[in-house]
Write a protein that binds this ligand. Structure first.
Ligand SMILES: Cc1cc2nc3c(=O)[nH]c(=O)nc-3n(C[C@H](O)[C@H](O)[C@H](O)COP(=O)(O)OP(=O)(O)OC[C@H]3O[C@@H](n4cnc5c(N)ncnc54)[C@H](O)[C@@H]3O)c2cc1C
Length: 456
């Protein structure tokens, strides 16, 4: 009785102290302290699974493990789960892409084989079913991108959180994990401002380094590295590239074949929409290829981006087309001549890029000037001097080395009982829903296998 009275007085004192700083009433703070303090300080109340990071990967991992009967605690450093998820797809949440599982996997290039068990654990049909079970119906757009039909990305995060909590997941926000200590058959998870948590398994889903304001600040890489995991060099992906001198074309968009080059070699190529920005180039095709340029920049190579505004056509074929067009309408302006392949601002930019006077009558264009224009339309090569940085990059490339993780279970090969899911892993996909599907699938898969480990 004396102990209870003492504990109550401690809670009351804490309640009053907290009340002096914040706006809640002393009674509210006292109730809070009485209810939650024992939980927060119970270092030895053992959970089955601790999930670190409540993004799409962590929410799915927590849901999967809890649905299989595990006692799960989900720790999130921010004030609410899924801050990045809420921003995805311009607030609509492009959660996957309509294609066969093998094609989805192929989009991840060298990581495809590693991701195979996770994607077969949560293929599109099962992801759709899981989301429908929690009340989120999906819709597919003409280009194959899949979005929630009637809720936004922010609601999707709230719904997934509510579903996890309804299955008994204990969510603790504003809880930043600082250290992971393996202790015999369990883990001690140390947090910045609260007591450590003990659990049998840990799933690390702290995301990458991009958009740090959403909570993804690279903590997980440090935690994993401390435990002996190799981190493949990190560089931003799905990020706008800086190309000096392109400002006059700002706002122009075109369909182009985009190639990233460095040291005379092609590092990657795709075809799709390109957008000229105030500082260089962006748009889906450039975003998808940007990881090659950021990696080359980091290595000290000088990358360039080459745009073919007439995909499938080479400079010789373009020269024949221009020659024919000039013969057919010799009174057209240079800019009008190029407008077949580029919007007016970009056409004007190309003319200046070729050091031509846009007032020159095309009938007076020399053969070498015409060939220069053909080269520029089919291979406009712009040096890349930088990128929009971690603050604006959509994803992180590199991460925890796949060779340190068993693909079949997503458990560490270095430390048993530690699982990984989501962007913390060395894997990255293009724009169009691939990265969210990968986060959901790896989260789900890690949750299932952590639960299987607890049961065994
Ligand atoms: C603007 C934008 C738009 C995007 N749009 C799309 C899209 O439409 N489709 C698509 O497929 N992909 C999209 N992406 C990419 C996608 O959002 C990510 O790939 C995905 O969120 C990764 O999920 P994750 O759970 O691994 O990591 P995150 O979403 O980064 O979640 C990690 C969580 O861990 C928490 N955390 C970090 N460190 C700690 C710590 N020490 N302790 C506790 N918690 C911690 C963070 O606060 C965060 O909540 C977009 C990204 C951005 C930035």
């Amino acid at each position: 009785m004396v102990t209870v009275a003492f504990a109550y007085r401690v809670c009351l004192a804490l309640g009053n102290a907290a009340h002096r700083k914040k706006s809640r009433s002393a009674e509210q703070w006292t109730a809070y302290a009485l209810l939650y303090l024992p939980v927060r300080t119970s270092a030895f109340s053992m959970h089955h699974v601790t999930v670190i990071g409540a993004g799409p990967a962590g929410l799915m991992a927590a849901l999967a493990a809890a649905q299989r009967g595990c006692q799960v605690v989900l720790l999130e450093s921010m004030d609410r789960p899924g801050r990045k998820l809420a921003l995805t797809g311009h607030g609509r949440g492009n959660v996957s892409h309509q294609m066969e599982t093998e094609a989805l996997l192929a989009a991840f290039g060298p990581a495809a084989a590693f991701l195979k068990p996770a994607f077969y654990s949560l293929p599109l049909a099962r992801l759709t079913a899981v989301l429908e079970t929690v009340g989120v119906r999906l819709t597919t757009e003409a280009d194959g991108r899949i979005f929630p039909a009637s809720v936004g990305a922010r609601e999707l995060a709230q719904i997934l959180t509510a579903a996890a909590c309804a299955h008994g997941v204990e969510l603790r926000c504003q809880t930043r994990v600082t250290e992971l200590c393996p202790e015999g058959d369990h883990w001690r998870v140390r947090c910045a401002h609260s007591a450590p948590i003990a659990s049998r398994a840990v799933i690390l889903t702290t995301g990458g380094m991009s958009y740090p304001a959403t909570g993804s600040r690279g903590d997980g890489f440090r935690l994993a590295e401390t435990l002996g995991h190799r981190i493949e060099p990190l560089h931003p992906g799905l990020v706008g590239l800086h190309c000096p001198g392109t400002q006059p074309a700002q706002g122009s968009s075109a369909l182009a074949e985009v190639t990233v080059l460095a040291a005379g070699r092609s590092l990657g190529r795709t075809t799709g929409p390109v957008l000229f920005t105030h500082s260089g180039v962006s748009g889906p095709a450039v975003l998808d290829m940007s990881k090659h340029a950021t990696k080359a920049l980091q290595a000290g190579n000088s990358p360039a981006v080459r745009l073919n505004l007439a995909p499938g056509m080479d400079a010789a074929a373009m020269d024949r087309r221009l020659h024919e067009a000039i013969r057919n309408s010799p009174r057209r302006s240079l800019v009008r001549l190029l407008e077949t392949w580029a919007p007016p601002k970009l056409a004007r930019f190309i003319v200046h890029f070729c050091r031509l006077d846009e007032k020159t009558p095309i009938a007076h264009l020399s053969a070498s000037a015409r060939r220069g224009l053909s080269q520029a339309v089919t291979g406009l090569t712009l040096p890349v001097t930088g990128h929009d940085g971690w603050k604006r990059a959509m994803i992180t490339c590199g991460g925890v080395a796949r060779s340190d993780i068993t693909a079949r279970t997503l458990m560490s090969r270095r430390v048993p009982g530690l699982f990984f899911a989501g962007e913390i892993l060395d894997m990255d996909g293009p724009t169009g829903g691939f990265n969210l599907h990968a986060a959901f699938a790896t989260g789900w898969h890690a949750g299932l296998h952590a639960a299987a480990m607890i049961r065994s």
